[in-house]
Write a protein that binds this ligand. Structure first.
Ligand code: ATP
Ligand code: MG
Length: 606
């Protein structure tokens, strides 16, 4: 392919809209153009990258025995009503684009396909003899992300490979999950990516176990916490650790009232009175809104030195309120909201775990009881300091008991870098950043039960199918590769997913010797099965070299002054290493290194 035919427009300066290197480079090197917020055109060279990634994904999926399919993107709301996800995905912070058709039928644009595939399974799968079965597709997904950003990393329209498996029992599901885990590791390795598998939160998809694959990069949106011994790694949303033991507080039974004027924060309280934050219990009040029923006030008790993990809290609240349908939002309660409900003001900043339900009596719309939850680090305290439920006062020496019943406990604290690990207290969690490129789930029977997807087991009894689902962000992966593989001059594509493998640069288009030799080399390499770009633009050599570096083709052949003597220069993009060699030797030598590179030889493993 000739560069002059490629519509290549490279940018000298960094586009203002791009915050991270990979986004900047994809724009500058002419791989993508922004069409709207979170909406991008994949230009021809990026499309080649995406097709290469897809081909690797397809090969590895096919190797597991999965069948490729293509499901509709327009999905009837009725299916999502049946799974109970329509409200959660369309109301509040829901991310599904949805619309009414000309007959006023409600439809959504697929953010994911559990509902559609489960409806198909209900229709097509009858007997254990048909199981297990796994279907996958590579297709555009739509998500009205709250904060689309970083180019293809968080688009509103993006390409995903999603696969769904169906099983007769849980054991078989677990086995398939293991096979997918291995296939995913091979995919990332073959794409030339360093990726790590981490325990993950299952989010709105649901199910029991799930694991994410993270491409490690400083610009990653996710925080990974891992033990140095390699035995534990988790997304911070999900990570668990040991809280350090609390500094004991001398008991002062009965608890005493302490004047704490304007000391609303743990920091202010502790610095004024010399308490250690681990001796205190802080109380957070939040409002949970669900798809059905009135908003529910939630009262959370945390040890003062700990931080709340909002994902764990959402899971704990949803799990305890399954009857209310999807949890739409969970936000701190403000004093304005309290007043708007027609309630007496609350002494925010001075609340204790014993805040009475009576305070909610007469609320206009809220339920008139608190859902009370405590993290074990707070629930395990003997005596502690907490708000006295009266303005400018705290209680010292409070204890769980009759006056202050221990709330329902749940792991709610955010694990932090430096925390001791659960599996070995000598190991401390270390932090790194990652880009989530894949996520695999054991869904269990959540969707099959809801959508009545049953099969007849060996004993002749009908039961819901066991399901797994497995996603890879194909377009995000392409950008993650740039994030992991670039330098000051531009992109350094891993060879297996590079848009072209070799670029032949004619230094001076006025010199027919150079042009003729370059064309001969281009033809010889093409004939040897190499994907070649020929930079035939009438530009200065320096401009072409800069562009070649920017677009990141793994090998550059420069046909310049040496052409008259049959000499060319070969430059490896990644290392910058250059060598002079006889043009006649070049094709055979280059074909051999490119073929080795395609196999991902030397690519780091998961
Ligand atoms: P995130 O936490 O980043 O929002 P998710 O957990 O909601 O992602 P999944 O439902 O697990 O995403 O989707 C499977 C894969 O699709 C993800 O691992 C990710 O690689 C990709 N993906 C998800 N959302 C986007 C997006 N908005 N843009 C590009 N890729 C995405
Ligand atoms: Mg995910």
């Amino acid at each position: 392919m000739r560069v002059s035919r490629l519509m290549l427009v490279t940018l000298r300066d960094d586009p203002a809209e791009a915050e991270i290197p990979s986004h900047r480079l994809l724009l500058r090197a002419g791989y993508i153009r922004r069409i709207g917020s979170g909406i991008y055109a994949y230009l021809p060279m990026l499309w080649r990258v995406l097709q290469k990634v897809s081909a690797i994904v397809r090969e590895e999926m096919n190797a597991t025995g999965a069948l490729e399919t293509l499901l509709p993107q327009l999905q009837p709301s009725e299916l999502w009503e049946r799974s109970g996800r329509w409200q959660g995905y369309t109301a509040g912070e829901g991310i599904m684009f949805h619309l009414l058709d000309r007959q006023d039928r409600s439809l959504g644009l697929g953010p994911t396909h559990e509902e559609v595939i489960t409806a198909l399974a209900a229709d097509l799968l009858r007997s254990y003899r048909q199981l297990p079965v796994c279907l996958y597709q590579i297709q555009t997904k739509f998500r009205d992300e709250i904060r689309p950003r970083f180019g293809l990393m968080r688009g509103r329209e993006f390409i995903m490979k999603d696969a769904y498996s169906f099983h007769a029992d849980e054991q078989d599901l677990k086995a398939a999950y293991g096979v997918m885990d291995q296939a995913y590791r091979r995919i990332f390795e073959r794409c030339g990516l360093r990726a790590v598998a981490v325990e993950a939160d299952s989010g709105a998809i649901g199910g029991s176990a799930s694991q994410e694959f993270m491409v490690t990069a400083d610009a990653g949106e996710d925080l990974i916490l891992a033990s140095p011994d390699g035995r534990y790694a988790a997304n911070q949303e999900r990570a668990c650790s040991r809280a350090e033991p609390a500094v004991p507080l001398a008991t002062t039974a009965p608890p005493t009232l302490l004047a704490t004027p304007a000391q609303r924060s743990i920091e202010a309280l502790c610095s004024a009175h010399g308490f250690d934050p681990s001796q205190t219990v802080k109380v957070l009040v939040l409002l949970a809104r669900f798809a059905s029923g009135g908003p529910l006030p939630v009262l959370v008790s945390l040890r003062g030195d700990q931080t709340l993990n909002p994902v764990k809290l959402s899971n704990a609240v949803s799990g305890r309120c399954a009857d209310a349908g999807a949890l739409l939002s969970l936000e701190p309660i403000t004093s304005e909201q309290v007043l708007a409900e027609g309630l007496e003001p609350w002494p925010l900043g001075f609340l204790g775990p014993h805040l009475p339900d009576a305070l909610l009596q007469g609320a206009a719309s809220w339920q008139q009881r608190f859902l009370r939850l405590a993290d074990p680090s707070a629930a395990d305290l003997g005596a502690f300091v907490c708000g006295a439920n009266s303005l400018d006062h705290h209680l010292v020496g409070a204890c769980w008991g009759e006056a202050m019943p221990t709330p329902d406990t749940a792991d709610l604290r955010a694990a932090q870098p430096g925390d001791r690990c659960l599996h070995d207290s000598e190991q401390r969690l270390e932090a790194s950043r990652g880009i989530e490129v894949g996520h695999i789930f054991q869904l269990g029977r959540k969707y099959s039960s809801a959508l009545d997807a049953c099969f007849t087991n060996e004993a002749g009894v009908e039961e819901p199918l066991w399901m797994g689902c497995y996603g890879i962000g194909v377009s995000r992966l392409a950008q993650a590769a740039v994030e992991q593989h670039h330098d000051a001059n531009g992109i350094c594509w891993p060879l297996p997913i590079a848009p072209y493998e070799v670029i032949v640069v004619v230094a001076n288009m006025q010199e027919s010797v150079q042009v003729e030799l370059a064309e001969r080399l281009d033809a010889a390499l093409e004939a040897g099965g190499i994907e070649v770009l020929l930079d035939d633009r009438p530009e200065r050599a320096g401009v072409k070299f800069k562009d070649a570096d920017l677009i990141g083709i793994p090998w550059r052949v420069v046909v310049g002054r040496g052409a008259a003597q049959g000499q060319v220069e070969l430059v490896e993009r990644r290392s910058g290493e250059r060598q002079e060699l006889a043009a006649s030797d070049l094709p055979a030598q280059l074909i051999a290194v490119v073929e080795a590179g395609r196999l991902g030889r030397g690519a780091p493993s998961c």
